[in-house]
Design a protein around this ligand. Structure first.
Ligand code: DX5
Ligand code: ZN
Length: 224
């Protein structure tokens, strides 16, 4: 079993005090920062690009986990890698040449990941999984923080974990993104997720304490 990694999403941070949010994530023991890049085409909102990435890279040593919600990820992967990404994931719905895109991410020294929307068949990720270090299963339709968790995630995650394990791909992680909070994180981990994105569930009040509380819940559950 993989160690559990916590990836707070900066999407729900106070952007007028972004550096403080990053510092609080570090203080709380986050394993990486989840960076939601939206282009106004694949999803309606536009968030931020490499200028903000470079600024983040300058203020933290945490790995930057870039989730590309863009229609042409092939135009972006090298730019984000050079701006300091450690993980880069692309939606299978957006790239017709998945193996090539994943190879380009790896060639730039980053960990490649495949993202699936909640209604996208798991087979799309299975076909590309040999070239990936992680598969990101969306548990909401992407585009916004604060949406309700879609429960089909559980059966999808269990099936994917079991398929990866029985096909020599035990090393491939499963990341979950959308609607994960302290009250459902244990179920999500029990279904096989090992990398937990949480935005609105963590980025309010005392962010460091929220991260520590989530870690404590997970640690208690996996050791019991
Ligand atoms: C949604 C993004 C998520 C978002 C999650 O499209 O991919 O990373 O920040 O936010 P919560 O945890 O609030 O659902
Ligand atoms: Zn995301």
């Amino acid at each position: 079993m993989h160690n559990i990694r916590l990836a707070p999403s900066l999407l729900s941070a106070d952007f007028s005090h972004l550096a403080q949010a990053v510092a609080a994530c570090e203080a709380g023991g986050a394993d990486q920062l989840h960076i939601d890049v939206m282009d106004g085409h694949f999803v309606p909102p536009i968030t931020f690009g490499i200028v903000v990435m470079e600024a983040l890279r300058n203020i933290t040593t945490l790995p930057l986990d870039v989730h590309l919600m863009v229609t042409n990820p092939d135009h972006q992967v090298e730019l984000f890698a050079d701006a300091g990404a450690s993980w880069i994931s692309v939606h299978a719905e957006t790239t017709p040449h998945l193996h090539r895109t994943l190879s380009r991410i790896r060639a730039r020294g980053c960990s490649p990941g495949i993202v699936l929307n909640p209604a996208t068949p798991l087979e799309l990720a299975m076909e590309g999984a040999e070239g990936a270090d992680f598969i990101l299963l969306m548990s909401v339709n992407p585009g916004y923080g604060g949406q309700a968790f879609i429960p089909s995630f559980f059966r999808r995650c269990e099936r994917l974990r079991s398929w990866l394990d029985s096909n020599g791909l035990q090393h491939v992680r499963i990341e979950v993104d959308g609607g994960v909070k302290i009250d459902n994180v244990v179920d999500v981990v029990r279904a096989g997720a090992d990398t937990i994105v949480s935005g609105s569930g963590l980025m309010h009040g005392d962010i460091a304490a929220n991260i520590q509380d989530m870690r404590t819940s997970i640690t208690r559950a996996v050791s019991s």
